[in-house]
Ligand binder design. Structure first.
Ligand code: UD1
Length: 424
């Protein structure tokens, strides 16, 4: 297993190109199943997760041309040869569950393994399934699999989500494009990835209004065509490097990042003593003065993203004062806290709340990544710490951060990957 070794203390200066958004790319890839024509996706992130989704789609009969390292992928579901997504492929990454809706909408039936739990919480799929039932599907859960059938096709429905779910909104949106009649999604998630998915689907011929707002209306069509679409820039990757710059100090241009997707983070960073501004070509981040403690309350978009909570906690470890965190989206998302404490952070946990008392400096130590966003928070802490930090289990990082060491190194950070087995 690879490790990442960081020698802390260097400020970040330079520019970092932001990749296409992982969370959007995965759903856009699933959209390929809705059409028998070719979907070309540009700005594709080369990540373990997106490659993994390609593997699942290929097992369903989708022809995929996506050379290693390339950021353009062609997906062609001329025929769907299987409607079964097996346990072995779905358990590794939850977003693969999103093939259920497109298969059901196009083929009238699908059997997809339940994604199961994951490190940050139970993460059920009940809202996804209720949406499909409202659209006329019969759903049975048997032997760990969801068996869904709508043999005469899905029909439009009025779906009111009891709380905001990104995955359920995207999944219902995908399926509704081919349902008979009108579907209205209320209390829909407003994340930028939803508008991105809707824009691609619209290019494929779907009729969608209101994506990006709390109410989305879809008029089903008989079939969808192909499209040539560019994935939006990854706001979580951009936000992560913004926080890294705030933690290490310096001045960095996040090339291609969209300020409007990062407004909640910009506001918190400003309060903490770093500046984030929209600039031609991207977003600029600077920090030279001291860091102040600020509170963070995670919320659905446009609130502060849960996917940046761990990174912001790493930042607050060296801020003046006490900062309070409340994690409102996932029930078990403070696994980075004990690892940050290994670097000398002072953190107290109470259920979904954490208090961080800033210390003068963190000191490098070996730490272990526990999930995707937690792992990058340890890299951020390592950049700001004195001495050497070694992050183990970096396969978590590779799920969501493309060329992390290279992107940080070109801004002056001392970060390198050691390949191969770990010492026992
Ligand atoms: C997506 C993102 C993830 C991000 C999250 C919240 C992808 C691949 N992942 O995850 O990075 O952290 O949005 O911004 O895009 N829930 C239910 N029943 C359901 C569905 C969700 O109870 O059927 C709960 C979840 O357990 C969680 C909350 O709703 O507590 C929000 O989850 P959701 O917005 O669905 O997150 P994901 O789509 O899984």
């Amino acid at each position: 297993m690879d490790r990442i070794v960081i020698s802390g203390g260097s400020a970040l200066e330079g520019s970092i190109p932001i990749s296409g958004a992982k969370n959007s790319a995965l759903k856009l890839m699933a959209a390929a199943l809705l059409s028998d024509q070719r979907l070309t996706l540009r700005k594709m992130p080369n990540l373990a997760d997106s490659r993994f989704m390609a593997q699942l789609l290929a097992s369903l009969g989708v022809e995929i041309e996506w050379p290693v390292g390339a950021d353009i992928a062609h997906l062609h579901a001329g025929t769907v040869s299987s409607t079964i997504a097996p346990y072995d492929l779905v358990r590794k990454m939850r977003a693969t569950f999103n093939v259920l809706g497109p298969l059901l909408a196009r083929m009238g039936h699908a059997t997809v393994s339940l994604p199961g739990g994951c490190a940050i919480g139970a993460r059920p799929v009940d809202l996804h399934l209720k949406a499909f039932e409202a659209m006329g599907a019969d759903i049975v859960i048997e032997g760990g699999y969801v068996k869904a059938a709508a043999l005469r096709g899905l029909r439009g429905a009025h779906i009111v989500f009891p709380f905001v779910s990104v995955g359920a909104t995207e999944h219902a949106l995908l399926a509704a494009t081919l349902a008979r009649g009108e579907t209205i999604l209320e209390n829909a998630a407003r994340e930028p990835e939803i508008a991105d998915l809707a824009a691609c689907l619209a290019q494929m011929g779907a009729r969608i209004d209101g994506a990006g707002s709390g109410t989305i209306t879809i008029q089903g069509v008989d079939s969808l065509s192909g499209a040539d679409y560019s994935v939006l820039p990854d706001r979580i990757e951009a936000g992560t490097y913004a926080i890294a710059c705030a933690a290490a100090g310096g001045d960095v241009l996040l090339q291609g990042a969209r300020f409007e997707d990062l407004a909640a983070l910009a506001e918190r960073l400003e309060a903490a003593g770093a500046q984030m501004t929209a600039q031609a070509g991207g977003v600029r981040v600077r920090r030279s003065g001291p860091l102040r403690a600020v509170d963070v309350d995670t919320q659905p978009f446009p609130g502060f993203p849960t996917d940046l909570q761990a990174q912001f906690m790493a930042l607050m470890c060296q801020a003046r004062g006490v900062s309070h965190f409340r994690e409102n989206i996932f029930e078990n998302r403070f696994m980075h806290a004990p690892e940050l404490m290994r670097l000398g952070a002072e953190i107290q946990l109470r259920g979904n709340e954490a208090s961080v008392t800033g210390v003068d400096h963190l000191i490098g130590a070996p730490v272990m990544a526990t999930d995707l966003r937690a792992s990058v928070s340890l890299v951020i802490a390592g950049l700001a710490a004195q001495g050497e930090t070694v992050v183990h289990r970096v396969y978590h990082l590779d799920r969501g951060f493309e060329q992390l060491e290279q992107k940080l190194s070109r801004c002056g950070a001392q970060v390198q990957r050691l390949r191969g087995s770990e010492p026992t």
